[in-house]
Design a protein around this ligand. Structure first.
Ligand code: SF4
Length: 79
């Protein structure tokens, strides 16, 4: 299980999440920030730090949000 950064990040890219993550698994991509789902420990610290509520739990994703997990996996080369 992991947290996933979704569409609001694409227009905001605030980046506050990066500094609060205890395992340093959030990286900046060309279009948004990404959480590495293989490293995320599910602590939830990034959720509160995000000013645009872009971060959701994997199992709470809506159908519109599901592609963002694939995007993150591809960004980190996990698949
Ligand atoms: Fe990092 Fe915790 Fe957010 Fe996962 S849930 S990306 S470990 S801050």
């Amino acid at each position: 299980m992991a947290f996933v950064i979704t569409s609001p990040c694409e227009s905001e890219k605030a980046g506050e999440c990066v500094t609060v993550c205890p395992v340093d698994c959030i990286a900046e991509g060309p279009d948004q920030f990404y959480i590495n789902p293989d490293v995320c420990i599910d602590c939830g610290a990034c959720v509160a730090a995000c000013p645009v509520d872009a971060i959701v739990e994997e199992y709470e994703m809506t159908p519109d949000e599901e592609p963002y997990l694939d995007k993150a996996e591809k960004f980190f080369g996990n698949i």
